[in-house]
Design a protein around this ligand. Structure first.
Ligand SMILES: Cc1cc2nc3c(=O)[nH]c(=O)nc-3n(C[C@H](O)[C@H](O)[C@H](O)COP(=O)(O)OP(=O)(O)OC[C@H]3O[C@@H](n4cnc5c(N)ncnc54)[C@H](O)[C@@H]3O)c2cc1C
Length: 427
């Protein structure tokens, strides 16, 4: 069993972008080489800015190379909660931003010819409890009437045409969500950013930031100091002590994925005939999808523990057990990959982006970052170019985690996790 993300293992080998001397200055320094940072670098360089991106490790080594590879429709907090908090008009604007984010990924892959298996295969939201299916009925009406988004309800019997499992009580099918191969996408976006003129420096962490009196920043890195007119923090759940303001606002949640041995096309199609992205309605939920080479990828929070090699193996065992509860026919299946990563959550479960004390940022995507990071990179490049209205998340603030002395270590997660897991067990 390999303990590396399937997506990075099956993407073309990455060039080595480390060991380069840092220039003395740049218009824009981007900190972090995930989808947020790469998209910001690509779009800012495309506007003619001189861009340097510094990445602590390799591009895609954070959450961007470790995720479920799904661009799913929908706002993180759900449309009902969005309306309650922000009113219908603002909720609709935000919903549209999440929807447009998937379009941005599609446009980027087409424009830059990134061959990454982008496919609008649709998202199947499956009901874990009968009452979840009842609330899906209301959501379907709400989406159609107030958000101009047509979805299809599937009864438990109908669901048999979409899923080789009797585990769920029905589903809501969204046709616009897309799957892709995120390893190939991250690589392609890094290459596109370089073609646009951005310079990527890997294995070079930013270690400190000093705001300059006349504007701009000095960015200290492991390989020297660079002066920048503008700086973008794109470090999400991997934000380290170099940027403590964000660490007080982010909760990093360990999340894990297993990928089976290749199943062959026929067997794979028996499990998910139309290759949907399947996401369940539990509090501590799961998702399952096929890979381009007919394996099954199955992910979820499994345990409330950080990701490290030993923890990933334990989480993989939990996921394998949960996978076979849903698909008993896979009891003998071999797991070929297991890995984990950090998902960046905010206290209010919304992503946040803007400017803090001169420093631009976008983070806290709460599990919707594949598309939102790509989209927000474009938006922040516009904001840095003098168009603050391009930020769809403007005005949302970025609330601190209201736990005394909180500095980014979420010691309380196992307690909250145990509560929600117990609620899930009451079926
Ligand atoms: C297991 C898992 C499954 C997920 N599934 C999905 C999914 O299916 N769909 C979806 O939309 N989202 C999913 N997500 C979330 C999504 O992957 C993230 O929201 C998204 O990748 C965030 O991108 P990013 O570029 O902001 O951050 P990251 O990709 O985490 O990149 C941040 C980078 O910053 C670097 N960095 C940190 N500190 C420094 C420093 N001081 N100097 C230089 N570099 C630094 C890190 O090394 C890292 O590479 C999942 C996440 C995980 C972990």
């Amino acid at each position: 069993m390999k303990q590396i993300p399937y997506w990075l293992d099956t993407a073309p080998p990455l060039p080595d972008r480390s060991g380069k001397d840092l220039p003395e200055s740049a218009d824009v320094v981007v900190i972090g080489g995930g989808l947020t940072g790469l998209s910001t670098a690509y779009h800012a360089a495309g506007k003619g800015a001189d861009v340097v991106l510094v990445e602590k490790d390799k591009v895609g080594s954070g959450a961007s190379g470790r995720n479920g590879s799904m661009c799913t429709q929908g706002i993180t907090i759900g449309v009902g909660e969005a309306r309650k908090r922000y009113g219908q008009e603002r909720a609709r604007e935000l919903y549209d931003a999440f929807r447009e984010a998937v379009d941005v990924v599609e446009e980027l892959t087409q424009k830059e010819q990134i061959d990454c298996d982008f496919n609008r295969s649709g998202r199947l939201g499956v009901a874990y409890k009968p009452q979840h299916f009842e609330s899906m009925k209301a959501t379907q009406r709400d989406l159609a009437e107030n958000f101009d988004h047509e979805t299809t309800l599937l009864s438990r019997a109908d669901l048999r045409t979409e899923l080789g499992s009797d585990f769920y009580h029905g589903a809501l099918l969204d046709p616009l969500s897309a799957g892709l191969h995120v390893g190939k996408y991250v690589h392609g976006l890094a290459e596109a950013a370089e073609r646009a003129g951005a310079r990527i420096h890997e294995r070079n962490a930013a270690t400190g930031l000093t705001r300059l009196p006349g504007g701009g920043f000095l960015v200290e890195t492991l390989r020297g100091t660079i002066r920048a007119r503008q700086v973008m923090a794109a470090t999400d759940a991997y934000t380290d002590r170099a940027m403590p303001w964000f660490r007080k606002r982010l909760i990093n949640v360990g999340s894990f994925v297993v990928v089976t041995e290749p199943l062959g096309e026929e067997r794979a199609r028996e499990l998910i005939p139309n290759a949907r992205l399947v996401v369940d309605s539990k509090n501590i939920g799961h998702y399952v999808r096929l890979t381009p080479d007919h394996r099954l990828a199955f992910g979820g929070r499994a345990r409330f523990a950080p990701s490290n090699p030993a923890s990933d193996v334990r989480s993989g065992d939990v996921l394998k057990r949960e996978l076979t509860e849903i698909f008993p026919q896979l009891a003998d299946i071999r797991i070929d990959y297991v890995w984990g990563g950090n998902v960046g959550f905010s206290w209010d479960r919304m992503p946040h982006a803007g400017e803090e004390n001169g420093l631009y940022y976008s983070m806290g995507y709460c599990g919707h970052g594949v598309q939102m990071a790509s989209y927000m990179g474009r938006a922040i490049a516009e904001v840095m170019d003098g168009h603050p209205e391009a930020n769809p998340l403007r005005g949302l603030g970025f609330p601190k985690v209201p736990v005394p002395f909180y500095n980014g270590t979420a010691w309380f997660l196992p307690f909250g996790g145990a509560y929600y897991k117990a609620k899930d067990r009451l079926r």
